[in-house]
Design a protein. Structure first.
Length: 233
């Protein structure tokens, strides 16, 4: 793993993040819309982890709920999304590779890439994609965004070998030793993944100057959510 402060360009803010509002409120006034959005975001399970925690994810866990699931720090999640968005917005967006081997990550990644211009890599990651120039789908990414460090392990390994910084949505049970910037969040649930990618897309678009405020984000979290077959029937 590259040192976050040496070469990767990503500054890991471990221990320095503060709880952040989920939506802009420049006048400092609470609104019904803001309250509803915050409640809706939390209702997606974005901060609900697994019954297992690793030493890597312990700093992002605030407690365990009565069911024994670890609860992630939503303030740190939002702060990391903001840091990631700043880094992504400064890059050549076409060279930002976004991966998901998980089915529930498919639509969120597709929508994120559609809105921002990033490059999607879905399903099984072809070995050599980042390391073998002879492959037809070979690419030299500036940044790799990982939906799950476990499911997308091959992408993490190759990005590390190529010296490319890795941003990863990471659950309480993930090993993140090769990740440059952790976004602590539930990376298993459909609604949770949709929410993380929606929040990240919104912040990237704002930092790219494509939208000026949260209200200009006309695409909804529901649009980012992978639909089950019965829902589409």
């Amino acid at each position: 793993m590259s040192n976050p402060e040496e070469g990767s360009g990503i500054q890991d803010t471990e221990g320095k993040v503060e709880e952040t509002s989920m939506v802009d409120n420049p006048e400092g006034q609470e609104s019904v819309d803001t309250d509803n959005l915050e409640k809706m975001i939390l209702s997606t399970g974005i901060r609900v982890g697994t019954p297992v925690k690793t030493k890597y994810m312990t700093p992002f866990i605030v407690r365990a709920n009565p069911e024994g699931l670890y609860i992630l720090d939503i303030g740190k999640t939002l702060a990391r999304i903001d840091v990631a968005a700043k880094f992504i917005a400064r890059s050549d967006i076409s060279r930002v590779a976004v991966t998901s081997a998980r089915e529930y990550g498919k639509t969120p990644v597709e929508k994120f890439c559609e809105l921002t211009g990033a490059t999607q890599i879905l399903g099984r990651f072809m070995p050599g994609t980042f390391t073998n120039p002879s492959l037809p789908d070979y690419m030299e990414p500036e940044i790799v965004i990982i939906t799950d460090p476990q499911a997308d392990q091959q992408a993490v390994i190759e990005a590390t070998r190529a010296g490319v910084p890795v941003i990863a949505i990471s659950n309480s049970d993930n090993v993140t030793s090769k990740v440059d910037l952790v976004i602590p969040a539930n990376n298993r649930g459909r609604k949770a993944l949709a929410t993380v990618y929606w929040l990240l897309a919104r912040e990237v678009l704002k930092k790219q100057g494509k939208i000026k405020s949260d209200k200009e984000m006309t695409v909804s979290i529901d649009d980012f959510e992978t639909k089950l077959v019965e829902e589409m029937a």
